[in-house]
Design a protein around this ligand. Structure first.
Ligand SMILES: [Zn+2]
Ligand SMILES: [Zn+2]
Length: 395
């Protein structure tokens, strides 16, 4: 029976609901994060908001506090789910190195590229972004040239577009497709902290107006308020600080990764388009569709293609995870398969990587099928293999 993409996924992700939801490998920490939100809110509703219900002359104001608290908490949890349960912008892996970049010289390239006696390709290349050259690197694991701002997350073991960081609190990479939700999650959590803190302070004030004339007596009467205020105060430093930091990053069009990595370099930021445009880019552009179809079927062939010629093929074990050996041993070059563009603009590279999926030609052909042969220094395409490269079916 044909397997689905998520069942043979090579990244370290955790899938649930039949591949509809994708998490990082540390998705369990999400439960801690959820409890850090839900537990204080339950305490607040039971020990504080409940007593505020009838405190206002306009009777509904007290209920409004409770309703706002619950609705806002649900909103925050939804943002958390949108951040952690979706594809952050994973670049689909290729099944072989980019053949268009091969050259057949025996001398090492100046860029420090690695090579085999008859095969080599550059490890980095330049693409133009807003008229400035940006170096993009080749990823051994994913066997693609990473688009600009893409980085390989060692925790998830995927290349992620506009990689910001891997967030252990949400158990997921933060990248191109979930950065907006991540920011809204952090900033909304900040507002929730301020709201709960203020309401607790208000309750203490009400108690002081009643039978507890001093702050201490009022606080003694409602220890839950005190605990919540301390908790919110500490959390505020964390989420509030994070919100401020990300506002700064968005204003400068930087990722956390770039900020930490290139801070010392003092290099110009080619992505900076002015503060307003930077904000528009993050908040007002359409979220790109995922380049992965996790629920699509993988065409699985148990039989190998017939071996032509005198030399035994060098079959690639399906389970291999040795990227270096793939570079050298993966002998298949299907002309239809990988089209990493030589064109030198990031947009085009992006488009090309995306287009690879939209045409349905994807790296879902199992590596064991990619058996081909090296003959007199050239690479050949097995027609069987090209034929087996099927478009996605179902989703
Ligand atoms: Zn990678
Ligand atoms: Zn990650």
């Amino acid at each position: 029976m044909a397997k689905r993409v998520y069942e043979v996924w090579k990244g370290n992700n955790v899938f649930i609901c039949g591949g509809r939801l994708i998490f990082g490998p540390d998705a369990r920490s999400l439960l801690i994060t959820i409890s850090l939100i839900v537990v204080p809110i339950v305490i607040f509703c039971v020990f504080v908001a409940r007593h505020l219900l009838h405190r206002f002359s306009q009777h509904n104001a007290g209920y409004a506090i409770l309703v706002v608290t619950i609705a806002f908490t649900i909103y925050v949890l939804l943002l958390l789910l949108l951040t952690s349960a979706r594809d952050p912008g994973i670049i689909p892996r290729a099944s072989h190195p980019p053949e268009e970049e091969f050259s057949y010289e025996t001398s090492a390239p100046s860029g420090g590229g690695r090579h085999t006696p008859s095969l080599q390709f550059p490890r980095t290349k330049d693409v133009m972004v807003h008229g400035m050259p940006v170096k993009v690197k080749y990823c051994d694991t994913c066997m693609v040239y990473r688009p600009p701002r893409c980085s390989h997350c060692s925790i998830c073991n995927n290349c992620v577009e506009r990689f910001d960081h891997h967030c252990p609190w949400v158990g997921q990479c933060v990248g191109l497709r979930n950065y907006r939700f991540f920011f809204f999650f952090v900033s909304s959590s900040t507002l929730l902290c301020i709201f709960v803190f203020s309401m607790c302070a208000l309750y203490i004030k009400f108690l002081m107006n009643d039978d507890y004339p001093t702050v201490w007596k009022a606080m003694k009467h409602s220890p839950a308020s005190v605990v919540l205020m301390i908790y919110c105060f500490i959390s505020l430093w964390f989420v509030g600080g994070l919100t401020g930091f990300h506002l700064y990053l968005i204003g400068n069009n930087q990722t956390t990764y770039e900020n930490f990595r290139y801070r010392a370099d003092n290099r110009p930021n080619v992505y900076d388009q002015g503060c307003v445009n930077n904000f528009l880019e993050v908040f007002c552009t359409r979220v790109k569709p995922s380049k992965n179809k996790f629920r699509a079927y993988v065409s699985e062939e148990n039989s190998r293609p017939p071996i032509i010629g005198s030399r035994e093929p060098e079959p690639e074990p399906e389970s291999t995870s040795e990227p270096r050996s793939k570079v050298e041993d993966d002998l298949e070059i299907g002309g239809e398969l990988l089209k990493i563009s030589r064109r030198r603009t990031s947009g085009e590279v992006d488009e090309e990587l995306g287009g690879r999926n939209s045409t349905g030609m994807h790296s879902v052909v199992s590596e064991s099928e990619l058996v081909s042969r090296r003959r007199s220094g050239t690479w050949e395409i097995s027609q069987d293999i090209v034929g087996k490269t099927q478009p996605f079916t179902g989703a």
